[in-house]
Write a protein that binds this ligand. Structure first.
Ligand SMILES: *[C@@H]1O[C@H](CO)[C@@H](O)[C@H](O)[C@H]1NC(C)=O
Ligand SMILES: *[C@@H]1O[C@H](CO)[C@@H](O)[C@H](O)[C@H]1NC(C)=O
Ligand SMILES: *[C@@H]1O[C@H](CO)[C@@H](O)[C@H](O)[C@H]1NC(C)=O
Ligand SMILES: *[C@@H]1O[C@H](CO)[C@@H](O)[C@H](O)[C@H]1NC(C)=O
Ligand SMILES: *[C@@H]1O[C@H](CO)[C@@H](O)[C@H](O)[C@H]1NC(C)=O
Length: 581
C-alpha cells in the first residue's frame, strides 16, 4: 500500500488504544489521550486557515453501545440459513437493547458535559449519537484540536476539521467517535455519462423492445426490458404493500417525478400504471427534493428509475438527506432506518468515499449502524465504487494503488459491482473491488474469499489479505438509458447495478411476504450459502476506467473475485433459493 503520503496516518486505532490503557489502568481525569490524527487532509481538500474562535461547531458524540458484540452475534445467527432463528428479524426495541449506550457511557458523557457547560442539542432515537454545539475555541481546548476550515470542489461551503483530536481521559472507553474531527469525506456520486444526453426534449423511443441476451457487443444500451430478459426478472406487478424499497439521496441529488413518469412511459410501456409512478418522499437533516425543470440529479434519477423500472409495483421511497457532511448523513441514515417503526425491506445507496477518509473509528461506528438496520430485516445494497481497485472513482492520478471504499467495505452491507456484455458477462474495468483495511474478513465469506486468495501470485502488489473482500455480487453496469431533465441519455457505473439488484430483491420479498414468510433481510450469509443462484463471471481486470489495462489490479476468476463477487443473480434461481429457507 502506498497511500501514506497523501492519506491519513492513524496514529493508533482507538480499540488498540483501549487495550493498551486497560493494561496501564490508571489515567487521571482531565488528561488528553490521542484519539486520531492524520498528517494532512486527503487530496482535494485545501486548508483555508483557522475556523475562527467564536464560530459555533456542532459535534456529534458516538457513545459506546451497551452490547455491540451481542448485536453482531445475534445478526450472524438470524441471517444464517439453517439456524432455528433464521430470518427472525428484530424489533426496534430488541435492536435498541444492543445499540443504546451503556449506563456508564451515558454517565461519563453527562458528567463531562455538565462540568464543561455543554448542552445536548439532539439525541438519536437509540441514544447512541448525542449532539452538542460549542464555540471552536472551546472545542480546540477540550479536545486538543485545531479546527481549521477546508474547502473541496464538490462541497459548496468550507468544512471545519482538525488533523489531530484527543479525548479527555474520562471519556476514553465511553465515546467511540467524535465527529466532525479527523474524517474528510465527500459522497462521490457521478455515474459516468457514457452516451451524452442529446439535448432534445422527450426524445422518441429508440430503446430496443428486448435484448438479444447472446449479443456480446459491449456497446449495447440497457433498458429495464434488457435487464428483465438477461436476469429472468418478471414484469408482473408486485402485490404486497408493506414492502418499501428505499433509495437514498445525498449531496442534493434530487429525483424528479416528471422524469420518472416519462421514463416509465417510454421504457415500461407494458406496465401502464408506470405512467403514474411516483415515490414517497422522506427527508432527514433538512433534506429537500424540489420539483422544477433542471433540478434532476443524474444519480437520483438513475436510482429511482431502475428501482421503479425493475421492481414493478413495489412501493418506492426516496430518502433525501440534507447537508454536505457525508459521514453525518450516513450515520443519521442508519439511526433513522434502524429505529423506524416500519423500516424499508430493501435500501440501496450509490454513494461512497475512500475508507481511509473516514478513519477506522468512524467507519466502524457507521458500519455498526448498518448492522443494526440489517438486524431489523433490511437488505442493504451499496454500489462498490467506480475506480476499480483504485477507490471510488478514478481521478486518473493513482493508477496502481489499491484503495478501498466505504461503506462498500462494511461487512454488514451487500456490495454490488458491475459487469458488461451479455454473452458471457465480463467484469467491467471500473468495477470497485478489493479488501477492507478496517474490517476483518467476515466468516460468511471465508471459503469463497480464501479460494480466490490462493490464486494470487506471490509477487502480487500488497493488499490486506485478512480484510473483508468486496463486492459480494454484481450486475450489468454499462450504458443504462435514463431520463433526466426531460432528456434521455446513457450512464454507467456501479451506481446503476446497485438499484437494479435492490429491485430484484424487492420482487423476491414480495413473493416471500405473499407466502407468509419473512423477507430476505441481511443477504450475505444467504448469498455465500447459495452460490448456484449466481452466474459466475470469470473474466475482467479492474484497473479502472482510465488507467492502462496493464496496471496492477485484480482479475476475475472462477467463484468469488473482488470484481464481480460471486457473480450476477438469476431471478428464478434466487426466488427458488429464497423460498427454500
Ligand atoms: C469557516 O467556515 C464556516 C462555514 O463552514 C464559516 O462560517 C466561517 O466564517 C469560516 N471561518 C473563517 C475564519 O473564514
Ligand atoms: C442464446 O443462446 C442459447 C444457447 O446458445 C440459445 O439456447 C438461446 O435461444 C439464445 N437466445 C437468444 C435470444 O438468441
Ligand atoms: C393515472 O392517473 C390518471 C390521473 O390521475 C388516471 O386517470 C389514470 O387512470 C391512471 N392510470 C393508471 C394506469 O393507473
Ligand atoms: C474501460 O472499459 C470501457 C467499457 O468497455 C471502455 O470504454 C474503456 O476504454 C476502458 N478503459 C480502458 C483504459 O481500457
Ligand atoms: C440457500 O438458502 C436457503 C435459505 O433461503 C437455505 O435453506 C439453503 O440451505 C441454502 N443453500 C443451498 C445450497 O440451498
Amino acid at each position: 500500500m502506498c497511500f501514506e503520503d497523501d492519506g491519513p496516518s492513524l496514529s493508533m486505532s482507538f480499540t488498540r488504544l483501549l487495550s493498551t490503557l486497560s493494561l496501564v489502568l490508571v489515567v487521571s481525569a482531565g488528561n488528553l489521550v490521542q484519539y486520531e490524527q492524520r498528517k494532512s487532509a486527503p487530496v482535494g481538500f485545501t486548508s483555508k486557515g483557522p475556523a475562527g474562535d467564536d464560530h459555533p461547531l456542532t459535534l456529534s458524540f458516538g457513545l459506546a453501545s451497551n452490547n455491540i458484540a451481542g448485536l453482531h452475534e445475534k445478526l450472524a445467527s438470524i441471517s444464517k440459513p439453517g439456524n432455528p432463528d433464521f430470518r427472525k428479524w428484530l424489533s426496534a426495541d430488541e435492536v435498541k437493547s444492543f445499540v443504546a449506550p451503556s449506563d456508564e457511557a451515558v454517565k461519563a458523557f453527562n458528567s463531562f458535559a455538565s462540568a464543561n457547560g455543554l448542552k445536548t442539542t439532539s439525541t438519536s432515537p437509540f441514544g447512541e449519537w448525542v449532539t452538542v454545539s460549542l464555540p471552536v475555541a472551546k472545542a480546540n481546548k477540550l479536545f486538543g484540536a485545531k479546527y481549521t476550515n477546508f474547502t473541496h470542489a464538490d462541497v459548496p461551503e468550507p468544512i471545519m476539521r482538525t488533523l489531530s483530536m484527543s479525548l479527555p481521559s474520562e471519556l476514553v472507553g465511553h465515546i467511540d467517535v467524535v465527529h466532525p474531527s479527523t474524517a474528510f469525506t465527500v459522497p462521490n456520486t457521478r455515474p459516468r455519462k457514457s452516451i451524452q444526453f442529446d439535448g432534445a426534449p422527450k426524445r422518441e423511443a429508440t430503446a430496443p423492445e428486448s435484448c438479444n441476451v447472446n449479443d456480446s457487443n459491449p456497446g449495447n444500451v440497457l433498458t429495464p426490458a434488457c435487464l428483465q430478459a438477461l436476469y429472468n426478472i418478471p414484469t408482473t406487478p408486485a402485490t404486497q404493500e408493506n414492502n418499501p424499497l428505499l433509495v437514498t439521496g445525498y449531496a442534493n441529488e434530487w429525483a424528479q417525478i416528471n422524469d420518472l413518469q416519462s421514463f416509465m412511459k417510454e421504457f415500461r410501456p407494458d406496465y401502464p400504471a408506470g405512467a403514474n409512478q411516483t415515490f414517497l418522499r422522506l427527508a432527514i437533516d433538512g433534506g429537500t427534493n424540489p420539483q422544477w425543470p433542471g433540478a434532476a440529479g443524474i444519480e437520483a434519477q438513475l436510482d429511482v428509475e431502475y428501482a421503479a423500472g425493475i421492481a414493478t409495483g413495489v412501493p418506492l421511497h426516496f430518502l433525501t438527506v440534507g447537508g454536505w457532511d457525508f459521514s453525518k448523513a450516513l450515520f443519521d441514515t442508519t439511526a433513522y432506518v434502524a429505529s423506524s417503526p416500519v423500516p424499508p425491506t430493501v435500501m440501496t445507496t450509490s454513494y461512497g468515499d475512500q475508507e481511509a477518509n473516514f478513519g477506522p473509528a468512524l467507519a466502524t461506528k457507521i458500519c455498526d449502524g448498518y448492522a443494526a438496520a440489517s438486524a431489523r430485516g433490511v437488505s442493504i445494497l451499496f454500489a462498490s465504487g467506480d475506480g476499480g481497485v483504485n477507490g471510488n472513482h478514478d481521478s486518473g492520478f493513482n493508477c496502481g494503488l489499491f484503495v478501498s471504499v466505504f461503506p462498500a467495505s462494511c461487512p454488514y452491507v451487500t456490495t454490488v459491482g458491475s459487469t458488461i456484455g451479455f454473452g458471457p458477462e465480463i467484469a467491467v474495468n471500473f468495477t470497485g473491488g478489493g479488501f477492507s483495511e478496517v474490517f476483518p474478513q467476515p466468516s460468511y465469506q471465508t471459503a469463497a474469499v480464501d479460494a480466490f486468495l490462493k490464486t494470487i501470485p506471490d509477487d502480487f502488489p500488497k493488499f490486506n489479505r485478512a480484510g473483508r473482500g468486496y463486492p459480494d455480487i454484481s450486475l450489468q453496469g454499462w450504458n443504462y438509458l435514463i431520463t433526466a431533465n426531460e432528456e434521455v441519455g446513457a450512464v454507467s457505473g456501479t451506481s446503476a447495478s446497485s438499484p437494479t439488484v435492490a429491485a430484484m430483491i424487492s420482487l423476491v420479498n414480495d413473493k416471500l411476504l405473499a407466502a407468509g414468510k419473512p423477507v430476505l433481510g441481511f443477504l450475505n450469509p444467504f448469498i455465500y450459502a447459495n452460490l448456484s443462484v449466481f452466474n459466475d463471471v470469470v473474466t475482467g481486470h479492474n484497473s479502472g476506467w482510465r488507467c492502462p489495462a496493464t496496471t496492477a489490479a485484480f482479475d476475475a476468476a472462477e467463484g468469488w473475485d473482488p470484481l464481480s463477487g460471486v457473480g450476477t443473480p438469476d431471478y428464478e434461481r434466487l426466488l427458488a433459493a429464497a423460498l427454500a429457507g
